[in-house]
Design a protein around this ligand. Structure first.
Ligand code: HEM
Length: 501
């Protein structure tokens, strides 16, 4: 008996030494980080419920100074929130490869822009960049206005009552991106309900897999009922986008591309003539005709835009509305600015109005600082890299928590205070270029950031012209949940009271 016990103890000790004192472990453990447990390293610290996981990230960020490490054999991760280190990683394509955290999105997004690497990424980025040209955004402006008015009709029905804005804004941004990316209105399709449900199901599945790292290996995940649910949802989503793409391909074959024949200098063309608005998809289809992208590629990009383009802006608008309801004096300033632009007119906003909304712009920026919808991103360091004077071994995952970066007291004094004037030019002077990065930075930054700012501005301006936003959910009520985008663990409620302008 004793012999077995001694042999087992020796086995555990050898296993511990093997897992935790190999060359990579020794190197990574020179960095500050949580205390390691016997054999499992930090595994038990980070496997916890989604609320605790978010709290843990904040606790760690406060405890260490801009850099710390996590070690769970065979994974090492370095977490960086010093702008200087972030610049090293983000400014170069050398560190452009996404880490294994993103693998969970692969079945849906495949090799779309968010996940692809190398020349494939470069080529796709080149094809898609013109989709966000000023003149194309002008077309999107009209689509977003139309959807904003549907949103206002919905808010009107519950005016004066506390409303959970999360599902309403999610519906609004999903409809907007669907119409801009694919030129199709979801309510025009009999299968749209199933499509929407499948998108929400996928969001839920990713979230469950994201917080349970033991589900990352494919062979474990594939044996779960979650994988079967995911396969079903992916099939539904892809067959919907496939159908829309096929229909548009047929249309283009017969009629050519509308978007290349439009008079793009005139706002009124878009506002009143309601031309076909399919710029993103048409761009992809024209690249397909030129042999620059294949059928699968078109589908991957449409799916990627659908994913990246709705939850992110919904989260951004949710926290913006919550903050404005919490700060009536700031809300009044926005409304005064809107009154200066529109006076008594009920006309819709157009592209030329947007640069005039300077204060609203600062409010959105400050809201994205305090509540960055994409609160962390992750890369794989393929070479040994120096960060904060530490040598980080090749193969280490590099997490960048934008939330913690944006809440550094030395970069943003009183970081919990909603102060849009931080973004006045004179107050931004001297701020490190990588201190504020809600849309990431460098070559792999968000391709949709102009679109996102436009969407949030149009929606916020239209809603604020119509309603006064009244406090229900307080800033102090917010409890974050670990997820791909920043979320509250519960509803975010606001009261919309009709304005008498
Ligand atoms: C407030 C809204 C948004 C925020 C905060 C946001 C943020 C980000 C961030 C942080 C990244 C970098 C991801 C990474 O490195 O892993 C990213 C990438 C990306 N975003 Fe956005 N995004 C927003 C809206 C949008 C919209 C509306 C679209 C599409 C219309 C979009 C499309 C993309 C795509 C395709 C990428 C991958 C770009 C590449 O790797 O080349 N995003 N976004």
């Amino acid at each position: 008996m004793w012999l077995y016990f001694c042999a087992f103890t020796i086995f555990l000790v050898v296993l511990h030494l093997f897992l935790n004192y190999n060359a990579r472990a020794r190197m990574i453990k020179k960095l500050p980080g949580p205390k390691d447990d016997f054999i499992v390293g930090n595994a038990f610290r980070i496997i916890c419920d989604p609320v605790e996981l978010m709290k843990l990230g904040r606790t760690f960020a406060k405890k260490w100074n801009g850099i710390y490490r996590i070690w769970v054999y065979p994974f090492s991760a370095v977490v960086i929130y010093n702008p200087e280190d972030i610049e090293v990683v983000m400014s170069s394509m050398k560190y452009g490869e996404k880490s294994l955290v993103y693998k969970i999105l692969q079945p849906w997004l495949q090799d779309g822009l968010l996940l692809s690497n190398g020349t494939k990424w470069q080529e796709r980025r080149k094809i898609l960049t013109p989709a966000f040209h000023f003149n194309i955004l002008r077309q999107f402006c009209v689509i977003i206005e139309e959807n904003t008015h549907r949103l206002i009709d919905q808010l009107q029905k519950a005016a004066g009552q506390p409303i959970d804005v999360v599902p309403i804004l999610s519906e609004f941004t999903l409809n907007s991106i669907c119409e801009t990316a694919m030129g199709t209105q979801l309510n025009e399709h009999s299968t749209a309900k199933t499509y929407k449900k499948a998108i929400y199901d996928l969001g839920n599945i990713f979230y469950h897999r994201f917080i349970k790292i033991y589900l990352y290996p494919e062979f474990i995940f594939n044996a779960t009922s979650l994988a079967r649910k995911q396969n079903k949802a992916v099939k539904t989503v892809q067959s919907f986008t496939e159908k829309v793409i096929r229909k548009r391909r047929e249309y283009v074959k017969e009629h050519g591309f509308d978007m290349f024949n439009q008079n793009v200098d005139d706002d009124e063309v878009y506002v009143y003539k309601k031309k076909k608005k399919t710029a993103m998809l048409d761009l992809l289809l024209s690249a397909e005709q030129e042999g620059l992208i294949d059928k699968t590629g078109v589908q991957e990009e449409v799916d990627t835009f659908m994913f990246e383009g709705h939850d992110t802006t919904a989260s951004g608008l949710t926290f913006l509305f919550m903050l404005l309801a919490n700060h009536p004096e700031i809300q009044d300033k926005v409304v005064n600015e809107l009154n200066d632009i529109f006076g008594d007119s009920k006309r819709w906003a157009c592209m030329d109005d947007l640069p005039k909304m300077k204060y609203l712009d600062r409010c959105i920026k400050e809201s994205l600082r305090m509540y960055p919808p994409v609160h962390f991103i992750s890369r794989k360091l393929n070479d040994e890299t120096i960060l904060s004077n530490h040598s980080i071994p090749a193969g280490t995952l590099c997490h960048i928590p934008m939330y913690d970066l944006h809440h550094r007291e030395d970069l943003f004094p009183n970081p919990e205070v909603f102060d849009p004037d931080r973004f006045l030019p004179e107050n931004s002077e001297g701020r490190h270029a990588y201190a504020y990065i809600p849309f990431s930075a460098g070559p792999r930054n968000c391709i949709g950031q102009k679109f996102a700012m436009l969407e949030m501005k149009i929606a916020a301006a239209a809603v604020l012209r119509e309603f006064e936003l009244k406090l229900v959910t307080k800033q102090s009520d917010i409890v974050f949940l670990a997820d791909l985008v920043l979320r509250n663990n519960g509803p975010v409620q606001v009261k919309f009271v009709k304005r008498n302008l």
